[in-house]
Design a protein around this ligand. Structure first.
Ligand code: MN
Length: 247
């Protein structure tokens, strides 16, 4: 009995390890976002993670990252591609353009593009604004912008986390550049993108339970707090610069 059990655990360990390596290899080999796959024009691919699944430990655990990227994000892309296959003429536009003009998306796939196109664009940002050994005080232009708009980083963080905790159900908390050029903390439901409201997402945190439940269970506030330790301020500064250009 003891031997059988040990054997079982060994097998379990092996298969879990194989799964991790397999997903990681796939993630690292995946072509980057929106690059057409030869022979399958317009097919959106899962963007590769700029780090390994375990790289954000202990703040975000490897198991969460593996499912979040390898399953949740991959599913948004699969559903989005299936929808765009019904209207291939839309494939000449970027997903961001489709989200900015949801009303121009044919009605039969509009909800699918809103949910799954939003899911794809939101998560593509999310992976990139995080990095191992990140966090700390903001730097560069975003540091000044935060100071100007929220008086100091601690106040900004508090307001952002409160908005994230207060978002009922699934959604995102954002720092956006609004259409009138102001910085604001907002939230959206489900996978709705700030782009669909005319706002540019500078940074955002995913408050769906799938983003934290394995490690933090119901403690969303703890997850929101921990997330600041993995932020990539260089990337957030790039997005702040893009926000001004996109206006
Ligand atoms: Mn998510």
């Amino acid at each position: 009995m003891a031997i059988a059990r040990r054997h079982f655990l060994f097998l379990l360990g092996t298969s879990a390890g194989a799964f991790a390596l397999d997903s990681c290899a796939k993630a690292q080999n995946a072509p980057s976002q929106n690059k057409p796959n030869p022979g399958k024009t317009g097919t959106i691919q899962l963007p590769q993670l700029p780090y390994r699944y375990e790289a954000l430990e202990p703040h975000i655990d490897a198991a969460t990252m593996r499912f979040h990227h390898g399953k949740h994000h991959a599913t948004y892309i699969k559903n989005l591609n299936a929808a765009l296959d019904k209207h291939p003429e839309l494939k000449s536009q970027t997903v961001e353009q489709l989200l900015r003009n949801l009303n121009s998306v044919p009605e039969d796939i509009r909800r699918t593009v809103r949910n799954n196109g939003g899911g794809h664009v939101n998560h593509s940002m999310f992976w990139r604004i995080m990095k191992p050994k990140g966090g700390g005080e903001p730097t560069g232009a975003i540091a000044s912008a935060i100071k100007q708009n929220f008086s100091n980083f601690a106040a900004f963080k508090k307001q952002f986390n409160e908005a994230g905790t207060g978002r009922f159900g699934s959604g995102w908390v954002w720092l956006v550049r609004t259409k009138d050029g102001k910085l604001a903390i907002t939230t959206t439901a489900n996978q709705d993108s700030p782009l669909s409201e005319g706002n540019y997402p500078i940074m955002g945190n995913d408050v769906w339970e799938h983003a934290y439940y394995l490690k933090y269970q119901n403690r969303r506030a703890d997850y929101l707090n921990a997330w600041w330790n993995v932020l990539n301020w260089d990337e957030i500064n790039k997005r702040l610069a893009q926000a001004s250009k996109a206006a």
